[in-house]
Design a protein around this ligand. Sequence first.
Ligand SMILES: [Fe+2]
Length: 135
Amino acid sequence: MTELIEKMNAALGWELRAINMYAHYAANITGIHRLQLSPMFNTEMTESIEHADIVRKGIVQLGGIPVTERNPLAIIHTNDYMEMLNYSLETEIRAAEVYAELLPLIEQTDDLYDSMEQIYLSELKSIEEMRLLVG
Ligand SMILES: [Fe+2]
């Protein structure tokens, strides 16, 4: 249980970081790509808020204390949209890894398994999307 709570807190830390990162890129993207990427970064930001909320409540239900600090990995400022996409891809991969690690720690019959699996699948979808955009 402790290991699961630790992993869920790691996931929460990545989600909290993703919220900041996507908000930053949505605000900073300029030029022709702003049209498409600003809404995409905003969507990812909203998704991260939702994921964080589900994970946070799950931790509380398990009797744990959710972290309030984001994962400390630096959020790199850039005006280059390809760099933004590459940093986004990297973030989604790291987050998906944590969800992949925590899923085997949950009973498959548990409601928590379904909600964590759904988040994991949505991270995988984001990875595929980013990969297509990076080319
Ligand atoms: Fe997420």
